[in-house]
Structures are given as C-alpha cells and as structure tokens.
Design a protein around this ligand. Structure first.
Ligand SMILES: [Zn+2]
Length: 134
C-alpha cells in the first residue's frame, strides 16, 4: 500500500512532515557566502538519491524535490542550493563511497592521473629543468 511506503519514508505521517521543513533553499554560496549565484542546470523535481523503494506501492508516496545546479560567480563553486533535511536525505542512504572497493580503486587511479600533470607543471615552473624531486 502507498501509505506504508510513505510512512517508511516519513515516520509520523504527513502531519509530522508538514510540521518540519524538509526542504529549504539557500540564497548564498556554501563556500564564500556570496550571493551572485547563477542557475545553469534545472533538473526539475527529483526523488531523493539512493532512496530505493521496496515495493511498487512505495512510488505513490515518493517525495520529489527541486534539483537545480548553480554557479557562484564569486568563488566559482558549482553547487546545489536546495537543501534537504539530512535526517530525511540519509535515512535510507544505501550507497556510501567509503565502503566501495571499486570506488576506492577508481579514486586512487584518478588521483594518480591528476597528480602527474600537476607535478610536471610544478617542475617546469620551478625552473629546475631536468632535475627530479621526490
Ligand atoms: Zn562562492
């Protein structure tokens, strides 16, 4: 039943959900507090990430929230301004990157590929020519 799915996602039911602000929207940058924020990708209203539903009935009560990507003209941080109450967002959050060996290997390989060009640029700009530094 849809009600069961809704209750699983929102203990206390619709009344408790209405009493709490599950969603809010920032009007300043998360990093620099600047207010020159430019939306550039509006994905509409989306269900919560990783909130996998158990039964087809759960879909009827699934909550959707705005998902819009913004750019801060002050510090260049790309970010989401829509904030979901962490208690709701992470209630059924199954995927945690720290527990995935595959993700760990990918991140280590990616760090090596990013590090090599950065080291090369640093050597060139330091004027050491062919000297190697470890
Ligand atoms: Zn900023």
């Amino acid at each position: 039943m849809a009600e069961a799915g809704f209750r699983r996602k929102h203990p206390g039911g619709p009344r408790a959900l209405m009493m709490r602000a599950v969603h809010s929207r920032r009007n300043s940058c998360r990093a620099c507090a600047g207010e020159q924020l430019v939306p550039f990708l509006d994905l509409g209203r989306q269900p919560l990430a990783n909130a996998f539903l158990a039964t087809p009935d759960d879909f009827a009560g699934e909550a959707f929230y705005p998902l819009e990507v913004c750019f801060c003209e002050t510090c260049s941080l790309v970010q989401l301004l829509d904030v979901i109450d962490p208690e709701v967002l992470f209630r059924d959050y199954i995927y945690v990157t720290g527990t995935s060996e595959t993700m760990g290997r990918h991140n280590a390989a990616y760090a090596r590929t990013v590090k090599r060009p950065a080291q090369s640029r640093a050597k060139r700009s330091s004027g050491r020519g062919g000297q190697q530094r470890r």
